[in-house]
Ligand binder design. Structure first.
Ligand SMILES: Cc1cc2nc3c(=O)[nH]c(=O)nc-3n(C[C@H](O)[C@H](O)[C@H](O)COP(=O)(O)OP(=O)(O)OC[C@H]3O[C@@H](n4cnc5c(N)ncnc54)[C@H](O)[C@@H]3O)c2cc1C
Length: 465
């Protein structure tokens, strides 16, 4: 029975990877810890439930990683995908700490497995959770509970009492009414605002109605909003987010990984006018998959179609929904309700521009178009072998980057630049410190684990003193 009248050392809001890493770390440092998870127990763990892997620096191959991935290479990858929009000091600190996380997370009961194949090309850089994100979470919850961390489900926090940058108490909504809990320190790990369509509409307009949310409906950004309203400094561009192309037939929320399409590099992508709009072969897929949601969001009606032929049908990881199939490009267009002449013309122009090369989707190969705008820089092969296929895609929002600014101790900074007296943040809610834009696969979990562990340790330390 949880005693809400007592004052905890550390209150953690959220129930995903960042929250659990913080809770375990704080408890291991001797703090009393209460976790408030807004979701019911079955849905605990937010977006973390859907994850598969994490990116960590390491100096040598391991049982499951095929070779070294140095801190410098990790940093260069981050620099490239963000176009320099990252806090270098914080990012380098995170990368340095990530080395230790590989072993630390195993000590918390999580198990690794080798990388999945397909177009992922992550065997050297990313460690996969044995059994996926849900198994990873179950291990973290079990460890937390065995250590004495207390967890309340269905405990959505609806108000925070903060005075002069100091957290005092939180109010949560319970089935039997509202309840308040006070603690010496706060760790906010309640995700971004990706599931709050009204908030997304402030920046995207009506287009946001056509977005599909890949993960939990519980990440509505309420904690982020309260913190920003109560004086915490914000970081990041509110329109920047991790957004991928997912099947247009996916549910509005929680469709998860099986609705994501990794087939773009094998074909072309057209909008509802039957026209291409971006280089499908710009870079290796793990460095580019996360831009396609925004690209589709910018197209009329926020819809696009991946078009490919029989030669690619078995080249990528299958998804939940089967492709739409037709004996000719014109028939395919008719099934998609696109103008057949426009699609036939686009495919014809593309085919004519393809130069001969040796196809290899695992490297930046020499199969490319010439004289075509936009070009397809790699993996360009003619679309000519029946049957022809299409996947309709919409923007699938994974998580938003607007967040709370933190320092290397994961301590939130207030609008006047001063560190908060006792408030820390980890995970999506502060991802914008590291991710100004762009994404490289597996960094979401790195941000949550690294800053979660730091936030828990620092919060425990803060509570002691
Ligand atoms: C389909 C999918 C696949 C992904 N795959 C990967 C991957 O393989 N690797 C990777 O690195 N990243 C991946 N990500 C991103 C990754 O899920 C996130 O970066 C990471 O899980 C964030 O962890 P978190 O703890 O910050 O947030 P979450 O795990 O989302 O947890 C946030 C928690 O806060 C709770 N909450 C929200 N508001 C309140 C409130 N007011 N009161 C109380 N609780 C509240 C929610 O219920 C939730 O439990 C994926 C995301 C999705 C959607």
């Amino acid at each position: 029975m949880i005693d809400l009248s007592r004052k905890y050392d550390v209150l953690v809001i959220g129930g995903g990877n960042a929250a659990l890493c913080a809770a375990i770390s704080a408890r291991r440092d001797g703090a009393s810890v209460l976790v408030l998870e807004g979701a019911p127990k079955f849905y605990r763990g937010g977006n973390t439930r859907h994850t598969r892997n994490m990116r960590c620096a390491h100096d040598a191959a391991t049982d499951i990683l095929t070779g070294p991935y140095t801190e410098e290479e990790f940093w260069e990858d981050l620099l490239r995908v963000t176009g320099g929009q990252t806090d270098e000091e914080l990012a380098r600190h995170m990368i340095g700490e990530s080395k230790d996380i590989l072993g630390w997370i195993v000590e918390q009961g999580v198990r690794w497995q080798p990388s999945l194949g397909g177009t992922l090309s992550l065997g050297r850089t990313n460690s996969f959770f044995l059994g996926g994100g849900r198994a990873m979470l179950n291990a973290l919850y079990l460890t937390a509970e065995q250590l004495g961390v207390e967890v309340l489900y269905d405990a959505e926090v609806v108000d925070l009492e903060i005075a002069d940058g100091m957290f005092l108490s939180a109010t949560m909504k319970r089935a039997d009414g509202r309840a308040s809990v006070s603690a010496s320190t706060l760790v906010a790990a309640a995700g971004g605002f990706e599931a709050n369509i009204e908030w997304l509409k402030q920046y995207w307009g009506e287009a946001a109605e056509n977005f599909l949310i890949r993960g939990t409906p519980y990440n509505r950004g309420s904690i982020l909003k309260m913190l920003l309203e109560k004086g915490v400094q914000e970081v990041g561009d509110p329109t920047q987010c991790h957004a991928v192309a997912i099947d247009a037939r996916a549910p509005k929320f929680d469709g998860g990984i099986i609705t994501r399409h990794d087939s773009i590099v094998f074909g072309i992508v057209v909008n509802r006018d039957g026209k291409r709009f971006y280089d499908e072969g710009e870079d290796l897929w793990p460095k580019r998959y996360a831009i396609w949601g925004r690209l589709v969001a910018a197209q009329p009606g926020q819809i696009a179609y991946i078009i490919f032929d029989a030669s690619s049908r078995n080249s990528f990881m299958p998804t939940l929904f089967p492709p739409i199939e037709a004996p000719s490009v014109a028939d395919l267009a008719a099934k998609l309700k696109l103008d057949p002449a426009a699609l036939v013309n686009t495919v014809g122009e593309f085919n004519a521009a393809v130069r001969p090369g040796t196809f290899d989707h695992t490297i930046l190969d020499d199969c490319r178009t010439e004289g075509l705008t936009p070009p397809k820089s790699h993996w360009a092969r003619r679309i000519e072998r029946a049957p022809f296929y299409a996947y309709p895609v919409r923007p699938g929002i994974t998580f938003t980057y607007l967040g709370t600014r933190v320092n290397k101790q994961a301590r939130m900074l207030m609008k006047d630049g001063k560190p908060s007296a006792n408030m820390f943040a980890a995970g999506e809610i502060m991802a914008g410190n590291v991710l100004g834009k762009g994404y490289a696969a597996g960094i979401g979990m790195t941000i949550g684990s690294v800053f979660g562990r730091i936030a828990g340790r620092e919060a425990a330390n803060n509570a002691r003193n």
